[in-house]
Design a protein around this ligand. Structure first.
Ligand code: UFG
Length: 350
C-alpha cells in the first residue's frame, strides 16, 4: 500500500514510518520540519535500508498536497502533523487552531478530491480532560481543558461529521496516552526542542547531568504515593497500532475510536525509581506544587483495540526506559549530532 504520513519526521511519525517500511508499504512523508530536521529520515534509512519519499512543506499547502496525490497513488493517510505542546497552545491558541485544524481540513478535502477515504488520525487522551474516571473508556464524555486538547477534539468531531455525510470514509481516531521510549537501535527517539516539558525527556536530561533535578509536580493527589499517575506506552507499540489500524479500516469502513495505552498506570515517583534502575543514575528531585491543568490519574482501558485491532502493548516499563536511555546516551544533542558519528548496529531487534 502507498501511505501518506503527515508529520513523518516527528517522534511518533518516524517510528511508524519504520514499521510501515518494514511491512513493505511505500511511504510518502510530508513534514514542514518546524520541530524536526531531515536527520530522522536519514536514521529511518539507516534502520530500514530505505529512504522514504519526502516533501518539505505544510499540510495546509493545498497545491503541494495536490501534487503529492497526483504523483503518488496514495491509498491511505496517517495524519500526525500538528502542534502538540499544551503550554504553547495556552500562550498562542490562534496558532494552534489555525495550524491543527486548517491543515486537517485541507488534507480531508484533498483526500476526497482524489478519492482516498482511509484515514488514521493521531488524537490524544487530552480529549477526555479531567472528566473521566479510570480506567478511561472510549465512550466516556470528552471535554478538553487546553486549546491543544480542543484542537484534537474538534478534529475528531470534524471527522465524525465527514463520516456521517459520506460513508466512503473509513477513519480511525487513535487516542494516545503517554508515549515514551525510542527505537531499540537508539537511532530515532524523542527530541524535545529546548527545555523538555514531558516527564521522561526531563528525567533523561537529569540523568545525563544536563539538568540539575526533576521538579515533581504535586504530591497531594488522590493516588497511593500522592504523585500523578499516567499510562506510559512504548512508542514502538504505538507505531504497531497504527499499522494495525490501517489494515482494520481497509476492511471495516466506518468511524472507529481507540484508546492506545497499556491499561496500567505508574506514578511519577515510580517512574523516577524505574528510570534510576534503567540508567544506573541517581535522579535528584524536589516536590513542587501541582502543575496547572494536570489531572491526578489517567490510564486507559485498551480492551477495544485488543478486540478489534488484535493489538496490545507488549513492551514493559523497563524496556521503555532502557530504550529512552539508550537514545539519550547516543544522542545527547538529539538529532543535532549527525549519523556519521553514531555506531549503527548491524542487526536490530524490534
Ligand atoms: N511531571 C512532573 N515533572 C515534570 C514533568 C511532568 O512531575 O517535569 C508529571 C506531571 O505532573 C504528570 C506526569 O509527570 O503527572 C506526566 O506528565 P507529562 O508532561 O509527561 O505528560 P502529560 O500526561 O501531562 O501530557 C501528555 C502529553 C500531552 C497530552 C496528555 C494527554 O504530553 O500532549 O498526555 O493526557 F495532552
Amino acid at each position: 500500500m502507498t501511505i501518506l504520513v503527515t508529520g513523518g519526521a516527528g517522534y511518533i511519525g518516524a517510528h511508524t514510518t519504520v514499521q510501515l517500511i518494514e511491512q513493505n508499504h511505500d511511504v510518502v512523508i510530508i513534514d514542514n520540519l518546524s520541530h524536526s530536521t531531515i536527520e530522522p529520515l536519514r536514521r529511518i534509512e539507516a534502520i530500514t535500508g530505505e529512504m522514504p519519499r519526502f516533501y518539505q512543506g505544510n499540510v495546509q499547502d493545498r497545491q503541494l498536497l495536490q501534487l503529492i496525490f497526483q504523483r503518488h497513488n496514495i491509498e491511505a493517510v496517517i495524519h500526525f502533523a500538528g502542534s502538540k505542546s499544551v503550554g504553547e497552545s495556552v500562550a498562542d491558541p490562534l496558532a494552534y487552531y489555525h495550524n491543527n485544524i486548517a491543515s486537517t481540513l485541507v488534507l480531508c478535502q484533498t483526500m476526497s478530491r482524489f478519492n482516498v477515504f482511509n484515514l488514521v488520525f493521531s488524537s490524544s487522551a487530552a480529549v477526555y480532560g479531567n472528566n473521566a474516571s479510570v480506567p478511561v473508556l472510549e465512550n466516556m464524555p470528552t471535554q478538553a481543558t487546553s486549546p491543544y486538547g480542543r484542537t484534537k477534539l474538534m478534529i475528531e468531531q470534524i471527522l465524525e461529521d465527514l463520516h456521517a455525510t459520506d460513508s466512503r470514509w473509513s477513519i480511525a481516531r487513535l487516542r494516545y496516552f503517554n508515549p515514551i521510549g525510542a527505537h531499540y537501535s537508539g537511532l530515532i527517539g524523542e527530541d524535545p526542542q529546548g527545555l523538555p516539558s514531558n516527564l521522561v525527556p526531563y528525567l533523561s536530561q537529569v540523568a545525563m547531568g544536563s539538568l540539575e533535578q526533576l521538579a515533581v509536580f504535586g504530591d497531594d493527589y488522590d493516588t497511593p504515593d500522592g504523585t500523578g499517575i499516567r499510562d506510559f506506552i512504548h512508542v514502538v507499540d504505538l507505531a504497531d497500532a497504527h499499522q494495525k489500524s490501517l489494515h482494520f479500516i481497509a476492511g471495516h469502513p466506518g468511524l472507529h475510536t481507540f484508546n492506545l495505552g497499556t491499561g496500567r498506570g505508574h506514578s511519577v515517583l515510580e517512574m523516577i525509581a524505574a528510570f534510576e534502575l534503567a540508567s544506573g543514575k541517581t535522579i535528584p528531585y524536589t516536590i513542587h506544587p501541582r502543575r496547572e491543568g494536570d489531572i491526578g490519574k489517567s490510564w486507559a482501558c485498551a480492551e477495544l483495540a485488543k478486540a478489534k485491532l488484535g493489538w496490545q502493548a507488549k513492551r514493559t516499563l523497563q524496556q521503555m526506559l532502557q530504550d529512552a536511555w539508550r537514545w539519550q546516551l547516543q544522542n545527547p544533542e538529539g538529532y543535532e549530532q549527525p549519523l556519521l558519528n553514531q555506531p549503527i548496529p548491524l542487526r536490530m531487534a524490534s
